[in-house]
Design a protein around this ligand. Structure first.
Ligand code: TXA
Ligand code: MG
Length: 313
């Protein structure tokens, strides 16, 4: 079997065998590809940090097949139940008090008393999680700090030699990572904007705080420089200057530019974001100039990623 395979009975069986043996398996989700390991196996989880070159203080999301499995590793309150009913499977990660008896490796949670859980909305991911029947710890399947992968090829280019198997479930539908919401405090707190927009969370929860830039400690993945292409990124550009390439958005874009969404659709734009940044990066241009993106709906997640890509390194 080659390293990159379409999901099938055989490749899923192989993936489960690799996970049980403590090896790394990359798999598709609706947001981005994940680099998975048995969340209850310290050594397997350690391989994730090593493969990504990821700072070990940065905790991982435990992926499970359904809410019952999530309740075995985390403590659910009524807010968590409502959100799970409404958004799972889907691009929402809940940070909840950890159940020590749930068995999730302390390395995966970076020693915190909390655990981040989500049920991904992708048939291959769900088949894998059901067949493995244990939580799978998985960050995005890219070297730490670089652009997240939305195709199996992106994974192969960045981490191919570090994975036992890459399940190729096609391009990711959502294209930006899950929303990370903490329900540990009295008021829910948005730690990372993502595939479920803030407006939809407020519809269900009422008040939701938004973690400030300085609360990196709350969600250590939110380091300022992240999602970085090789090129510099210039935001709020109206056109490309000499030597720049343009990442366009909306109907007012110059002809011929790569456009995240010519109709100004933020959902479509999110699905293209990482792939188009990669394409423009491959041109070798020193600067990627990005047109303004409205800051509502999925625009909040897109602008969050772009701001980090643009952060002075
Ligand atoms: O869409 C996604 O969420 C993808 C796919 C593969 O599921 N995964 C992903 O994982 O983006 P990662 O590791 O790149 O981002 C996880 C984020 C980080 O910002 C991390 O700090 C935060 O979740 N996180 C994880 N556990 C946490 C915890 N116990 N408390 C606070 N933040 C946590
Ligand atoms: Mg990531």
């Amino acid at each position: 079997m080659s390293r990159v395979c379409k999901p099938s009975l055989d490749s899923l069986k192989a993936a489960v065998d690799f996970l049980q043996a403590g090896q790394l398996v990359a798999f598709p989700t609706e947001t981005v590809y994940g680099l998975g390991a048995d969340a209850c196996n310290d050594r397997a989880v350690a391989q994730i940090f090593a493969a990504k070159g990821r700072p070990s203080f940065n905790p991982l999301i435990a992926h499970v097949a359904n809410v019952e499995a999530a309740r075995r590793i985390a403590m659910f309150d009524s807010r968590a139940e409502s959100l799970a009913t409404r958004f799972w499977p889907g691009p929402l990660t809940l940070v909840l008090p950890r159940r020590p008896e749930g068995g999730v490796s302390l390395l995966a949670t970076a020693g915190l008393d909390t655990v981040a859980v989500r049920v991904p909305d992708h048939p291959a991911a769900l088949d894998l999680l059901r067949a493995f029947n244990r939580p799978v710890a998985a960050p995005s399947a890219n070297p730490s700090g670089r652009l997240s992968p939305t195709t199996a090829r992106h994974v192969d280019e960045g981490l191919g030699d570090k994975t036992a198997l890459i399940l190729d479930g096609g391009p990711c539908r959502v294209g930006v990572e899950s929303t990370v919401l903490s329900l540990v405090g009295k008021t829910p707190c948005l730690l990372r904007p993502g595939g479920v927009d803030l407006e939809s969370l407020r519809d269900i929860l009422g008040n939701v705080d938004v973690a400030s830039e300085s609360s990196a400690i709350l969600s250590p993945g939110q380091l300022e420089s992240h999602y970085a292409p090789n090129a510099q990124v210039r935001l709020n550009a109206l056109s490309a200057n000499h030597g720049e390439v343009l990442l366009a958005f909306g109907p007012e874009s110059p002809p011929g530019a790569l456009n995240l969404s010519a109709t100004g659709d933020l959902v479509e734009a999110a699905s293209h974001l990482f792939d188009y940044l990669r394409q423009l990066d491959k041109t070798g241009a020193s600067v990627i100039a990005v047109m303004p993106i409205p800051d509502h709906g999925l625009g909040l997640a897109i602008n969050d990623r772009l701001k980090r890509a643009a952060f002075d390194r």
